[in-house]
Ligand binder design. Structure first.
Ligand code: 5AD
Ligand code: SF4
Length: 453
């Protein structure tokens, strides 16, 4: 029913979690089937869509900055539309239309309406669609993917956990799962198209359920589609991480040995106020179980510093836990009050400067631990899925190990999507460096021959 010229070009910019990346691909799919073309050049665009994140105040500030920049393009090209999608659209709704920069506001469950809303906006009718759904899961839609190696596949949407600091249950609504059959079908299709790594996504993947099928079963089914394809998942809640899932990760060869498990705090009192529904001891035992069942597993976590009433002693407990548990990676955030959440009603009692100091202390400690963990890998050979040229040099390639470590090595003749065995010779806290094992062995045997001769 579209009367639009097929030449209209859409530029999509994405912020926030991987769920947003996956959603932007759904949006790209919807718009391209309605005759729009995607462009990577904002100056060339008729429509600019920004898929937003509302998880912390600074995420929103960044997006306001971008909207300011888009207005300069709009001045040059007054016919250009600007649309705000995602969590910030859901949170701020029609308020976003108050400034003249925005023509469209579309929440995460309303993307099917985009072609219609865009068409109306071109006719001068600015639109808002922010209803949350109990059923929308975009199960039948094909996302438009631009990367040909790694694909994100959303398996469930929303979150029912209501952690007291978190805006996600309000911006993304109730939990709902896609069907196992359609997920496996999508993964089969991706295998045929040559994708080499699949990450199953959800705010709390352990809540995935399709009749009697749980997430562990889904992981096993997805892993069996093509054993040469790597399978990852994110994110799990420590309360719901099942033994069945741990066993699936341990047993299925192509499920990556890496688990992201947000702990948030090392103080039971703070965890209680956060409504996390587990204790530090539960978390500690869970981590031990994972490490025992999956030798060599890498673990990462999220921590929030400066939650309301967090004392110096609470903070110390978090520092001690980080020291004890030795994660491979930790994301540490300053607590940011979010309107509408339970914690919003609590006094934001830790000064910004102190939050910053606590984050810094945890980050420094974690860097030192990660450096030690990474240095232990020097001399070993890790299998890397090649993703492409490294950011720093066109002569180097970057990829990730099974355990999600970034590995950089000199470019020889490999292509993105290939597996390379890299012998690690150097490491910092974020990256491993090395050479192709074949090259190293080749060089070594060459010098042996030379010695023998
Ligand atoms: N303030 C700071 N960090 C937050 N997170 C979620 N909400 C907030 C908030 N209000 C963090 C949590 C979560 C990660 C995705 O973002 O650590 O695991
Ligand atoms: Fe937010 Fe908690 Fe749900 Fe994660 S589990 S999305 S932190 S409410």
């Amino acid at each position: 029913m579209s009367t639009l010229s097929p030449t209209r070009r859409v530029y999509i910019e994405t912020y926030g979690c991987q769920m947003n990346v996956a959603d932007s691909e759904v949006v790209g799919g919807i718009l391209s089937t309605h005759g729009y073309a995607l462009t990577g050049d904002i100056a060339d665009a008729d429509i600019v869509l920004v898929n937003t994140c509302a998880i912390r105040e600074n995420a929103e500030q960044r997006i306001y900055g971008r909207l300011g920049l888009f207005s300069t393009y709009k001045r040059r090209n007054p016919g250009m539309l600007v649309g705000v999608l995602g969590c910030m659209a859901e949170r701020l709704r029609s308020n976003l239309l108050e400034d003249e920069l925005v023509d469209l506001v579309v929440g995460p469950d309303e993307y099917r309406k985009l072609p219609d809303l865009v068409e109306r906006a071109f006719a001068g009718e600015r639109g808002v669609a922010v209803r949350l759904s109990r059923v929308e899961n975009y199960d039948d839609l094909t996302p438009l993917r631009t990367d040909g190696v790694c694909a994100w596949v959303s398996v469930m949407r929303g979150c029912d956990k209501f952690c007291s600091f978190c805006v996600v249950p309000f911006t993304r609504g109730r939990e709902r799962s896609r069907s196992l059959e359609s997920i496996v079908g999508e993964v089969r299709d991706l295998a045929v198209k040559g994708f080499r790594e699949i990450t199953l996504l959800g705010q709390n993947v352990n809540s995935f359920r399709d009749g009697s099928h749980d997430f562990a079963e889904l992981m096993r089914k997805v892993a069996s589609v093509d054993r040469s394809m790597r399978i990852r998942f994110t994110t799990s809640h420590p309360q719901d991480m099942s033994q069945r899932l741990i066993e699936a990760i341990a047993e299925e060869v192509n499920i990556c040995k890496y688990v992201h498990l947000p702990v948030q705090s090392g103080s039971d009192r703070i965890l209680g106020l956060m409504n996390r529904t587990y204790t530090v001891d539960h978390y500690r035992r869970l981590l031990h179980r994972i490490r025992k069942a999956i030798p060599g597993v890498a673990l990462s976590t999220d921590v929030i510093s400066g939650f309301p009433s967090e004392s110096g002693a609470d903070h110390r407990m978090t520092v001690d836990l980080i020291r004890e548990l030795r994660f491979d990676f930790a994301y540490t955030f300053k607590y940011s009050p979010r309107e509408g959440t339970k914690a919003w009603e609590m006094e934001d009692s830790v000064p910004e400067e102190e939050k910053g100091r606590r984050v810094w202390e945890i980050t420094e400690l974690q860097h030192a631990i990660a450096l030690e963990q990474n240095r232990e890998l020097i001399g070993t050979t890790v299998r890397v899925l090649v993703e492409g040229p490294s950011r720093k040099s066109p002569h180097e390639y970057t990829g990730r190990s099974d355990t999600n470590k970034t590995v950089v090595f000199p470019h020889t003749d490999e292509q993105p999507g290939e597996l390379a065995d890299v012998r690690i010779d150097r490491a910092n806290s974020a990256t491993l460096f090395g050479v192709r094992a074949g090259d190293a062995i080749g060089a070594a045997s060459q010098s042996l021959r030379e010695t023998a001769a």
